[in-house]
Design a protein. Structure first.
Length: 482
């Protein structure tokens, strides 16, 4: 068989693998289409954000006077392009984009595990594809930024490995550019150069190539400084005129959805003044109530909580737990992720085990209290980090099965994937039912954001009894200054 025939056969096989992933993702994440409405901050950050809608050029998002320059200019620029030039603005289209690129990422994970010669690459990539911790990222339109950031990240990683193998500087430049694109889309991969350092060490690459990491480190430092606040800038900015403009657009959107019924029976929904209604829904939600996160409490709870939910995601409530897990449980997780792999590397004489602690630090740093994430207030599924974190599980299983070859390995992976699919669908049904989701959250942790979102949901459903109940309960806990 000549080289061209082998190449065509490889392309055909990989095409079928990708199409299989896409079909599985479409089925498993079909629950995403049950909620064809804006979710969380979709409207505030994208679809009803005047700064996005009124931008005259793709370059606007890179202007140093723009808030987007301090955030993720490429990510917002991509949404601007889709809003301006997409042939449809159907939410089916946007949710389908998330599923498509998530499938692309699973395919890239498949390529990555093959590079490391892990057994059963299809099943390992399938675990990444269907893991229930991805439900939020795939279902929430705004998290296309997270998904695309991972796409650029893993492409950069694959190309950097090829650079180490071939010492081709064109491949190095491509890897560097994709790393920059990843950070510009969403700055999750900011510690990626640490993984590149590990790759150079474990492959015994000549020291002169270590200088190639200089631009990676400089880019990480520069972008880390300018966009350390991320999307929080749109929630905490002093430019209240923008917030007011956004609020008015959202108010008009909701009013249009429920008119004329609401306008005729408004007193049945709202027993307070119109101002109180408006302030509670819009001003109180994004501006006057800040999230507070005790980083020490996060450190006490997060390691075991996220580690266990990654391995066995049987119950993924969307509320960060109030309890503090035992210090012994957290210490055991840190031992498993940061110490045990070095013993395994020594025993098996396989340095690939050492990637686990490096990757754990890169993707677990926020959970260890190094970063203040407002989302921790109510959620244990912090999308921006758990999406990447599943890669640790994939690598751990791959390295383990590589060193413990067994005929039962494929059976174990297939059974595990089946369990994950069932859990994923169950989680998707809950996440994509906003009233059910918000009601569960406020039973554990009340916040005006959740009350206002839940109130909006009941208004849109014309459920006057529950709308009145939630409004009164929310106003009693979070009075509006009139």
């Amino acid at each position: 068989m000549n080289n061209s025939t082998k190449f065509l056969k490889q392309i055909k096989n990989e095409t079928w693998i990708f199409l299989t992933f896409l079909l599985i993702a479409t089925i498993v994440f079909s629950t995403s289409f049950l909620n064809l409405d804006y979710f969380w901050d979709d409207e505030r950050f994208i679809f009803l954000n005047p700064a996005v809608l009124q931008a005259k050029s793709f370059l606007y998002f890179w202007h140093y006077n723009s808030d987007f320059f301090k955030s993720w200019p490429l990510g917002y620029g991509l949404f601007w392009f889709l809003i301006k030039y997409s042939p449809t603005q159907s939410l089916y289209f946007y949710k389908s984009l998330n599923i498509f690129f998530h499938s692309v990422n699973a395919f890239l994970v498949h390529r990555l595990v093959k590079i490391f010669h892990f057994p059963y690459p299809f099943f390992l990539a399938l675990i990444f594809l269907i893991h229930p911790l991805h439900v939020e990222s795939v279902s929430w339109i705004f998290q296309l930024l997270t998904i695309l950031s991972f796409t650029f990240f893993i492409c950069s990683l694959i190309l950097f490995i090829k650079f180490i193998q071939n010492k081709n500087w064109l491949i190095f430049i491509a890897s560097l550019a994709l790393f920059l694109f990843s950070l510009w889309t969403k700055s999750i991969s900011i510690f990626l150069p640490l993984l590149y350092i590990a790759l150079l060490i474990f492959t015994h690459t000549k020291r002169k190539y270590y200088f190639a990491l200089t631009p990676f480190l400089f880019i990480s430092l520069f972008i880390g400084i300018i966009n350390i606040r991320g999307t929080d800038i749109f929630l905490t900015s002093d430019r209240l005129d923008i917030h007011k403009h956004v609020s008015e657009k959202i108010f008009n959107y909701i009013s249009k959805s429920i008119d004329p019924y609401l306008s005729q029976t408004k007193t049945e929904y709202v027993s307070t003044s119109d101002k109180a209604y408006y302030d509670f829904i819009f001003n109180k939600k994004p501006l006057t109530t800040n999230f507070t996160t005790d980083l020490g409490a996060v450190f006490k709870q997060a390691p075991w909580h996220y580690f266990s939910k990654t391995l066995l995601p049987f119950h993924l409530q969307f509320i960060y737990p109030n309890i503090a897990y035992s210090i012994y449980l957290n210490a055991s997780v840190l031992f498993i992720l940061f110490i045990l792999p070095f013993f395994a590397a020594y025993l098996h004489k396989d340095k690939s085990w050492c990637f686990i602690p490096v990757m754990s630090f890169i993707f677990l740093a926020p959970y260890l209290g190094f970063t203040n994430i407002s989302f921790f207030y109510w959620s244990n599924v912090s999308d921006r980090y758990t999406y990447f974190f599943i890669l640790i599980l994939v690598f751990s299983l791959g390295i383990f099965l590589k060193n413990k070859k067994s005929a039962l390995g494929k059976i174990f992976l297939a059974s595990y994937c089946l369990i994950l699919i069932i859990l994923n669908i169950n989680q998707g049904l809950k996440f994509n039912n906003p009233t059910r989701l918000y009601e569960e959250i406020i039973r554990h942790k009340s916040h005006p954001v959740i009350y206002s979102l839940l109130f909006e949901q009941y208004l849109l459903k014309l459920d006057k009894i529950n709308a009145q109940r939630i409004l009164q309960e929310g106003l009693s806990k979070f009075p509006v200054d009139t």
